[in-house]
Design a protein around this ligand. Structure first.
Ligand code: HEC
Length: 184
């Protein structure tokens, strides 16, 4: 069976779609504004920690470790600011798919038994593939059940996570990332 990859991606994106995506002009507008505010003005790292971890926020801490706490779906951000500057911190958050962190390329898998799945490969052997999805759920897929498999160019880090943040919250979040310059 031949499957259209356009459909795969439409399906994948529909999972992470945010209101701003529906209207690209609006999406561009908030990105330009957030980028400008965080490039031109300093924030405060301490309130930024709350933005990073709070439940009703973008939930960065669900996927990333920072200051020794957090989930492990994405890379640890400990020492992030030793490797990257402010512009790259901003870009990482606003456009996750522009540069994928080493080892975090995701795959899109279409199953013979139906359904398409996107995630990070956690384990693989001759007969099965284990992937972790954006929710952190682990899926074991038998290789004999895989109709098609493709490396995805998109990050599993959702786009538009910060579109509901105020300028101040965003500046504080970026300042928090820039404070991650030590072992924690
Ligand atoms: C669903 C999980 C998930 C959430 C939620 C998430 N991220 Fe990510 N993030 C990832 C993954 C996976 C990567 C690696 C792929 C990539 O580079 O996009 C990543 C990459 C990054 C990077 C680049 C790291 C490096 O070493 O290059 C930064 C910085 C980052 N995320 C910050 C954030 C911030 C800040 C938030 C909250 C606004 C956030 N992430 C929310 C999964 C997530």
């Amino acid at each position: 069976m031949r499957i259209s990859w356009v459909l795969f991606f439409a399906f994948t994106l529909s999972e992470t779609v945010v209101s701003a995506r529906v209207l690209p002009a609006v999406a561009e507008h908030w990105k330009i504004e957030l980028r400008a505010t965080a490039l031109n003005y300093r924030g405060r790292p301490d309130p930024g920690i709350k933005v990073f971890f709070r439940q009703d926020g973008p939930q960065c801490g669900r996927c990333h470790v920072a200051r020794g706490v957090g989930g492990d779906i994405g890379p640890s951000l400990m020492g992030f600011a030793r490797k990257y500057d402010r512009a790259e911190a901003i870009r990482s958050v606003l456009e996750p798919s522009e540069r994928l962190a080493n080892g975090y390329t995701s795959v899109v898998v279409a199953r013979r038994t139906g359904g398409v799945m996107t995630g990070l490969v956690r384990h693989e052997n001759d007969t099965m593939l284990e992937i972790v999805d954006v929710e952190g759920k682990v899926h074991e897929i038998l290789k004999s059940d895989i109709a098609q498999r493709q490396v995805s160019e998109a990050s599993i880090m959702p786009d538009g996570l910060v579109d509901q943040l105020s300028d101040e919250d965003f500046r504080n979040l970026i300042e928090f990332l820039m404070s991650l310059d030590g072992p924690e």
